[in-house]
Design a protein around this ligand. Sequence first.
Ligand SMILES: [Zn+2]
Length: 164
Amino acid sequence: MDDFDDLIAANKDFAEHFDLGGFDGKAHAGIALVTCMDSRIDPLRMLGLEHGDAKIFRNPGGRVTPQALEALVLGVHLLNVQRILVVPHTRCAMASASEADLRVKVGKSAGVDASWQSFDVVTDQLDQLRQDVAKVRTHPLIGERAQVGGFLYDVDTGLLTQHA
Ligand SMILES: [Zn+2]
């Protein structure tokens, strides 16, 4: 039961100095971001944003999945989102390993067969980014209602470059 003690202690300290109350759940800067779960990405800071400014959806690879589209539809219609960024990144495991590689690695770590686990790997990252951006732009509930851009984040320099 004490596996999370350090985090719960940190949270108590956080709550003592809590100054983020009173916010609604809207995107105050009108931004939504779909990006990777990678720990090298600091989504708010890399865009000069602050708490409350953006809706952020993360998954392995920063992919426009059905759940990402669900989040973006809610963002555009109910949460003040006007601009959407899709942001995969350099040196992403989902774009550098094959699904077979990942199954072998995870299987070794787990000590059991992982050949049934699917991993949504990407073979051509920029082509996939353009396709993912197109999914947002052509979505019947999003379309022209928001500006949509596709960017690659360089985890070694911190720079974004636009590709779609
Ligand atoms: Zn990644």
